[in-house]
Structures are given as structure tokens and as C-alpha cells.
Ligand binder design. Structure first.
Ligand code: AMP
Length: 207
């Protein structure tokens, strides 16, 4: 059983790598991007924050994380996708883990040059029906056959803000976790399979 954080800038392939990790250990994913998009359906304020590429209020994110974590049985690992995004969120996560009797085993930091991020996001498509990422070669969703559309927050202006938010607020987490000895850097500018192999190696899992 492992509890992990997968961090990386937008477009670094976190979702794809989380799917790959399912082949090697049993876990549930808590994605705060998904939580934020759910919240945005009921809250115009959250919708605006996402569109502007900012960060949704901590209290909303924390209460959803607590709800979801409470539903995961203790024999299963947890992978946090897109959380924490700030030092304050990392401090809160320490408390949440303690409270749930879990230990954070590793932080996978998928890094990518800014140029590559912009290029990837300008080409990214998701499914209009189920929201899954659609690979560049595919015309329809590989999960449900839905139509390919752009993500609302992949517009050039929002992408610039999301990258800025990442650099200013999230990147400090790299040294935060490095000093705790649990951070593993992974080069995200490689073929998907190679990135997956590097992650498995760092986690010490053999496939
Ligand atoms: P993502 O799918 O992870 O790129 O997240 C999409 C958007 O959801 C982000 O640009 C933020 O507006 C919001 N969001 C995701 N995770 C968090 C978080 N941990 N804290 C605050 N806002 C978040």
C-alpha cells in the first residue's frame, strides 16, 4: 500500500501516468482538478477561478478531500493528483494524513520546460462526454466514443495564468518535499512508456 503525490505543471501527463500506475499497485485517485470542475457546476465563483487559471479556495478543496479520503478503505493506497498546490495545502495534507493514519511515501515530480507545456496544451483535447484525455492521434474518445473538444481552461490566456500560478505557488513544493527526502524528479519530456518506467523504478516496483 502506497500513498503518493503526483505533481507537475499542466500538460505534464499526470493523468496518463496515474492510469499506468494502476497496473502496478492498488489505489484510489483523489484529483482536485476533477473536484474543482465538479464544484464549478454549482458555483459561478469556482467556475471563474478555473477560467482565470487561479486556485480554488482551500476550505472547499479540503472538505472534499476529507470526504473522499474517508471513503477509501485503509488497505488501499491513495494517489493525490493536483494536490497539494501550495505550501499551505501541503501543511494541511500532513494533518489530513496523520488524522487518517496514513503516511506519505513519495512525491513524483514530473518536470517539463515551459515551451513544451504551452505546445502540449495548445494541442490537447478531452472528451465532451466523459472528460477523458484524448490522445493526439485519436479523433474520438477511446473510453466512450465521445466527441473531442478543448478544455475550457486550455485557452492561451488561461494557460499563461495556469503556468504562472504553477511557478509561483506550486513549484516551492519541490524543495519542501526534497528536504523531507521523499521527492523523485522525473523528466516528463519523454515517451509515455519511458516516463512510466522511470516512475516505477523510483518507486521500486518491478513490472
Ligand atoms: P487541473 O485539472 O489539476 O489542471 O486543475 C484545473 C483547475 O482546478 C486549476 O487550474 C485550479 O483552478 C483548480 N484546482 C485544481 N487543484 C487545485 C488545488 N489543489 N487547489 C486549488 N485549486 C485547484
Amino acid at each position: 500500500m502506497k500513498n503518493l503525490i503526483i505533481m507537475g505543471p499542466p500538460g505534464s501527463g499526470k493523468d496518463t501516468q496515474i492510469e499506468k500506475l494502476k497496473d502496478v499497485f492498488d489505489f484510489e485517485t483523489i484529483s482536485t482538478g476533477e473536484i474543482a470542475r465538479e464544484l464549478s457546476k454549482k458555483s459561478p465563483k469556482v467556475q471563474r477561478v478555473i477560467k482565470e487559471g487561479g486556485l480554488v479556495e482551500d476550505s472547499l478543496i479540503f472538505s472534499e478531500i476529507n470526504n473522499r479520503l474517508a471513503q477509501i478503505t485503509s488497505d488501499k493506497g491513495v494517489v493525490f493528483d493536483g494536490f497539494p498546490r501550495t505550501i499551505a495545502q501541503a501543511e494541511e495534507l500532513n494533518q489530513i494524513m496523520l488524522h487518517n493514519g496514513r503516511t506519505l511515501d513519495a512525491v513524483i515530480n514530473i518536470y517539463l520546460e515551459e515551451e513544451v507545456i504551452v505546445k502540449r496544451l495548445s494541442k490537447r483535447h478531452i472528451c465532451a462526454n466523459c472528460g477523458a484525455d484524448i490522445p493526439a492521434m485519436a479523433e474520438k474518445c477511446l473510453v466512450c466514443g465521445g466527441r473531442a473538444v478543448r478544455r475550457e481552461d486550455d485557452t492561451p490566456a488561461t494557460v499563461i495564468n495556469r503556468i504562472q500560478t504553477f511557478l509561483e505557488r506550486t513549484l516551492p513544493l519541490v524543495s519542501y518535499y526534497k528536504t523531507r527526502g521523499i521527492l523523485f524528479d522525473i523528466d516528463g519530456d519523454q515517451p509515455v512508456e519511458k516516463v512510466a518506467q522511470d516512475i516505477n523504478e523510483k518507486l521500486g516496483v518491478n513490472v
